[in-house]
Design a protein around this ligand. Structure first.
Ligand SMILES: NC(=O)c1ccc[n+]([C@@H]2O[C@H](COP(=O)([O-])OP(=O)(O)OC[C@H]3O[C@@H](n4cnc5c(N)ncnc54)[C@H](OP(=O)(O)O)[C@@H]3O)[C@@H](O)[C@H]2O)c1
Length: 493
C-alpha cells in the first residue's frame, strides 16, 4: 500500500524532528500535499503556532520509552529525523537508546514503515563517531520489524542547515581561510529541496524490503570546493593558508573560536570531515525520479532562500519572541546584524503608515537630512547612485521602484515597507518599517535596519557607523511618529 493522501482514509504519518531543520521543511510539504500528519515533539508548544489545522501535535521524547506509545497509535509510516548531537558528549549511546526505544514502540504499534535520514560514509572506513552512530541508528531501527528506508546524505545545502551554516561561517568570518588537509576530503553535497523530494517520493513506493539509499548531487566536491563556491557567489575574496598538520580535532578547537554558536555540535561534525561522504551506488537514481541539482545551483538557491526568509520575517515577532539582548552593533540573526526600535502612536495602522509611504524624495528622511545628503554625495563620489534619483510620486509607492538610493523590495500598504539599499556598501542593507495595530486606535511602528556584511570590512563598517545610526534612526522614527499624528489631525480637520 502506498501513502496516497487521496485514498478515502489516508494512512497516518508520524513525523519526528519537526522542530528541526529537515523535519520542519518536510512538515510543510506533507501538509501542503494533504497527508494525514501527526508531529511528535519534546516541546509540542514550540510547534503549536506552526502547524496546519489538520495536523496533530503530541508529546514524545525518544529517550523516554513510555512517552512513545501514544504518538505511535494507528501510525502507518514514521519519519525518524532525530539526532542527539546538541545534548551531551555521549551522543552515540543516546542515539542508540533513542533508536531502540523508537523501534520497540513502532513494533508494538504495528508501524509498517520507518523512513530515516542518516549520514553517508563507507562502513569499512575509520568512521568518525558521528557517522558511525548515524549508521548504527539505521540498523537499530530495523528491530522494529517495519520496513526501514534509510537515506544517507552528505552535507545538506540549504539556508538553516547546520553543516552548511558551519561552512558558511568559516568563509564569512575571516578574510583568511585556514586550509588544512581535510578540506580536500570529498563529499556529495545535496540541496535540501532534493532531500525533501526523496523523503516525499518514497511514500509512493509499495512496502517491501529494507533499503539503504545513498543520496547526493551529481558531482563529487571537496569541502574546500564548497567553501570556494560559496565565497565566489557572495563576492568574498579569501586568502587561503595551507596547513598540512591541522587535524580535524585541532581544527574543531579553532572552529569553536570562530563560530562559538556551533562550537559543541560543530566539533562533532568537523571530526567527521576526515571521512569522505560520497555516493557510491546508483540505487537512488534508479528507484526515484529525483535528479539532484549541482552544488553551484544548491548554493545559489540557499542564498536566495535566505533572502526570501528575511523578507518573510516579521521583526515584531522575531525580536520579541527571541529574547535576544541588544548590544553594541544590535543583534545578530544568522549572518545578519539587525538594529531595531519601536515607537507607539495613538493612531490606526493606516494612519501610522502614511508618513512611511511618503519617505524619501522631496519629503526627505525625517531626521538629519543633511547627513543623508552627505551620505548621498559620498556614494556618488565612489560611483554610486546617490540621492539624485528621488522618487516617482510623493505619496504613491510601488514594489521595484527607486526611492533615492533605496529600492522598494516589499510593500504592504498600511502595514509594511522594506527598502533595499543600492548605495555602495561592504555588504547588503535593508531598512524595514512595520506597523502593527495593537488595539483599535493604537499602533506600534517598528523600524529595523538590517545588514548582511561582506567579511571583516563589512562588519567593521557596521560597527563604525552604529553610533551614528542610533542618532539618525531614532530621530527618524520619532519624527515619523510625529508626522503621522500631524497628518492624521490634518486629515481629520
Ligand atoms: N543538516 C544536515 O546537513 C544533515 C546532513 C545529513 C544528514 N542529516 C540527518 O538528518 C536528520 C535531521 O537533521 P536536522 O539537520 O534536521 O537536525 P536538527 O535541525 O538538529 O533537528 C534535530 C531534531 O531532533 C529532535 N530531537 C532531538 N532529541 C530528541 C528527543 N530526545 N526526542 C524527540 N526529538 C528529539 C529535535 O527536537 P527539539 O526541538 O526537541 O530539540 C529536532 O527537531 C538527522 O538524522 C541528521 O543526521 C542532516
Amino acid at each position: 500500500m502506498t501513502e496516497s493522501p487521496s485514498t478515502p482514509n489516508p494512512p497516518l504519518i508520524l513525523l519526528t524532528g519537526a522542530t528541526g531543520y529537515v523535519g520542519g521543511r518536510l512538515k510543510r510539504l506533507l501538509e501542503e500535499s494533504g497527508h494525514r500528519l501527526r508531529c511528535m515533539a519534546r516541546r509540542p508548544e514550540n510547534l503549536s503556532d506552526r502547524i496546519g489545522q489538520q495536523t496533530d501535535v503530541v508529546f514524545g521524547d525518544v529517550l523516554d520509552r513510555d512517552s512513545l506509545d501514544a504518538p505511535m497509535q494507528g501510525v502507518h509510516t514514521a519519519y525518524y529525523l532525530i539526532h542527539s548531537m546538541g545534548v551531551g558528549d555521549d551522543f552515540e549511546s543516546d542515539d542508540r537508546k533513542a533508536a531502540m526505544n523508537f523501534a520497540h514502540a513502532a513494533k508494538q504499534a504495528g508501524v509498517k514503515r520507518i523512513i530515516y535520514l542518516g549520514g553517508l560514509g563507507a562502513d569499512d572506513d575509520d568512521l568518525s563517531l558521528h557517522l558511525r552512530s548515524r549508521h548504527e541508528v539505521g540498523k537499530v531501527l530495523q528491530q522494529s520489524g517495519a520496513q526501514v528506508i534509510e537515506f544517507r546524505a552528505s552535507i545538506i545545502i540549504g539556508s538553516g542547515s547546520l553543516s552548511f551554516d558551519l561552512v558558511r561561517s568559516l568563509v564569512r568570518k575571516l578574510p583568511v581561510m585556514v586550509w588544512p588537509k581535510w578540506v580536500s576530503t570529498e563529499a556529495s553535497p545535496i540541496a535540501i529541496r532534493d532531500v525533501l523530494a526523496y523523503l516525499t517520493e518514497v511514500l509512493e513506493h509499495p512496502i517491501g524490503d529494507n533499503k539503504v539509499y545513498e543520496i547526493g548531487g551529481p558531482e563529487t566536491v571537496s569541502y574546500g570546493g564548497i567553501m570556494e563556491e560559496y565565497a565566489r557567489q557572495r563576492g568574498l575574496r579569501r586568502l587561503k593558508i595551507r596547513v598540512p598538520f591541522l587535524s580535524p580535532r585541532i581544527s574543531s578547537l579553532w572552529l569553536g573560536l570562530v563560530t562559538p554558536v556551533y562550537a559543541r555540535i560543530g566539533r562533532k561534525l568537523v571530526e567527521g570531515l576526515a571521512n569522505p561522504t560520497v555516493v557510491t551506488n546508483e540505487a537512488a537514481i534508479e528507484d526515484f525520479t529525483v535528479r539532484p541539482c549541482d552544488v553551484k545551483q544548491a548554493i545559489a538557491r540557499a542564498i536566495e532562500k535566505e533572502d526570501q526568509e528575511m523578507v518573510e520575517t516579521r521583526w515584531s515577532d522575531a525580536l520579541s519572541s527571541s529574547g535576544r539582548v541588544t548590544r553594541w552593533g544590535g543583534v545578530t540573526f544568522g549572518s545578519r546584524v539587525v538594529d531595531s526600535r519601536t515607537e507607539t502612536v495613538h493612531l490606526a495602522a493606516e494612519q501610522a503608515f502614511e508618513p512611511i509611504a511618503r519617505i524619501g524624495g522631496s519629503t526627505g528622511w525625517y531626521y538629519g537630512n543633511w547627513l543623508w545628503m552627505v551620505r548621498g554625495f559620498m556614494d556618488q563620489l565612489v560611483g554610486g547612485v546617490g540621492l539624485r534619483r528621488g522618487r516617482r510620486h510623493p505619496t504613491d509607492l510601488r514594489v521595484g521602484e527607486a526611492v533615492d538610493f533605496w529600492r522598494v523590495e516589499h510593500l504592504e500598504p498600511g502595514r509594511r515597507l522594506r527598502l533595499f539599499a543600492e548605495m555602495k556598501l561592504p555588504g547588503r542593507a535593508w531598512l524595514d518599517f512595520e506597523v502593527t495595530e495593537k488595539q483599535p486606535g493604537q499602533s506600534v511602528i517598528r523600524q529595523t535596519a538590517e545588514f548582511d556584511p561582506i567579511g571583516i570590512m563589512g562588519l567593521a563598517y557596521w560597527y563604525a557607523v552604529w553610533p551614528l545610526h542610533q542618532f539618525v534612526f531614532s530621530g527618524m522614527l520619532r519624527n515619523i511618529a510625529r508626522a503621522a499624528e500631524r497628518l492624521a489631525s490634518k486629515n481629520h480637520a
